[in-house]
Design a protein around this ligand. Structure first.
Ligand SMILES: NC(=O)c1ccc[n+]([C@@H]2O[C@H](COP(=O)([O-])OP(=O)(O)OC[C@H]3O[C@@H](n4cnc5c(N)ncnc54)[C@H](O)[C@@H]3O)[C@@H](O)[C@H]2O)c1
Length: 385
């Protein structure tokens, strides 16, 4: 018999590790009597994680990240009786209201992505907050200065070696490459691509464009990392030359102001600029919009592309307004299901550890415990054999 199925069903069925974890949690109920506040992209893969936490007995209060909330996902979660405070928005004030609404419920645990929730909690600590998890590099950087104030277990998923290679390296590279194709429908063959940042995400991005027959240059502020890129066979020109020569510029550093209005004289005619870093501040799109050298902007509304025309006749394109390209634009799918299945299983196991008081305040902003890494790796390999 034929029956309609959705992307959420497809994703849930593809997340085999989470499915197995949910089946176990239904018996062990590690979150019985506890609430979890979540601030992470509301898209189908997150649903698989949230349903796993709920299978473990958690009451969920959810919001998303800036610009990546998918209305169908929100509808689905609400239909499951889960509390969601989120709208699809690029307005930081609207997003801040959703974060406040989650924290007003005083969840026992927080699952954060980018440090949005813990940063507010650090200002207004409440007694029942046990700790939680932070998903990403940018969140770790943001929360580290608040370590003494937070003084509770916060396990950083990003700092698991598994997350580094499974998601940041392999999946971000693939999905940024896929996003370039999806947004532009342009080829990569023979194109000169400059990747800013040669951390895990940059490594995968550089490799994927090279595998797609582009000539790839890497710019990293750290000379040791630049040497690694050089020895990996990438060109490592100085920053100015790397911008001048690029047909495509991809930023994946986690830091603001990587390409700014000061670079307008350098940008090659026809260049495509895209960001894969967590926050939309790596390419200073707002400064481009108001700069006196920019005489016209074409907004390809349905395609999420802005074309900036410069006084001297050059033009260049920005994808997704400088937001994470793999979660922006038409039909954004984000990282591969398998990579998120692994990363979100680390999330579920780390939250379980905090819920069971298996880690203390000394574990504030520390990597995933090694035994959890080993358990998740073995479980994935068992499924793959
Ligand atoms: N798009 C996604 O799906 C996704 C997934 C995971 C992580 N991220 C984000 O991607 C970003 C990078 O993550 P990562 O794990 O690769 O980080 P990382 O810290 O491993 O690497 C960042 C690299 O950027 C370099 N860098 C810093 N400032 C620079 C500058 N001004 N110019 C050139 N290079 C500079 C650093 O030296 C470092 O090598 C973060 O914002 C992270 O949150 C995005």
């Amino acid at each position: 018999m034929e029956k309609p199925a959705t992307r959420i069903d497809w994703t849930a069925n593809s997340c085999r590790l989470l499915k197995a974890t949910a089946a176990e949690f239904e018996k062990t109920r590690p979150f019985a009597g506890l609430s979890i506040g979540t601030g992470i992209h509301l898209e189908p893969k997150t649903v698989a994680l949230l349903m796993t936490l709920r299978a473990g007995g958690a009451r969920l209060i959810c919001t998303g990240n800036l610009n990546s909330t998918q209305p169908v996902t929100v509808e689905f979660l609400r239909a499951q009786g889960i509390t969601v405070f989120a709208t699809q928005t690029t307005d930081p004030a609207a997003h801040a209201r959703s974060l406040e609404a989650v924290l007003a419920e005083k969840p026992d645990l927080l699952l954060d992505n980018g440090g949005d929730l813990f940063a507010i909690a650090a200002d207004r600590l409440y007694a029942n907050l046990l700790g939680g998890t932070e998903e990403t590099t940018s969140g770790r950087t943001r929360l580290l200065p608040m370590r003494e104030t937070l003084a509770m277990p916060i396990l950083v998923i990003n700092d698991s070696p598994i997350k580094q290679f499974a998601e940041n390296k392999h999946a971000v590279g693939q999905s940024l490459f896929e996003s370039y194709m999806r947004f532009t429908n342009r080829s990569t063959n023979g194109k000169r691509v400059t990747v800013f940042g040669y951390g895990a995400c940059g490594k995968g991005t550089a490799a994927c464009f090279r595998n797609a027959f582009s000539t790839v240059s890497v710019v990293d502020i750290d000379p040791v990392t630049s040497l690694e890129a050089h020895l990996d066979g990438f060109a490592t020109p100085l920053r100015e030359q790397a911008i001048r020569s690029a047909d495509v510029i991809a930023t994946v550093t986690g830091f603001p102001g990587i390409v700014t209005a000061a670079d307008l004289p350098l940008i090659k005619d026809g260049a495509v600029l895209m960001n894969g870093g967590h926050f939309p501040h790596e390419i200073d799109v707002a400064a481009f919009r108001s700069h006196s050298d920019v005489v016209d902007i074409d907004r390809y509304e349905a395609d999420f592309i802005d074309t900036f025309h410069l006084k001297d006749g050059r033009s260049f394109h920005v994808l997704g307004g400088g937001h994470m390209a793999n979660l922006a634009g038409p039909r954004p799918l984000g990282n591969s299901v398998e990579s998120m299945d692994i990363g979100f299983t680390l999330q579920a196991r780390c939250l379980e550890r905090v819920a069971k008081r298996g880690v203390g305040a000394e574990s504030c902003i520390v990597p995933v415990p090694a035994d959890i890494d080993a358990m998740v790796a073995s479980a994935y390999l068992d499924l793959a054999r």
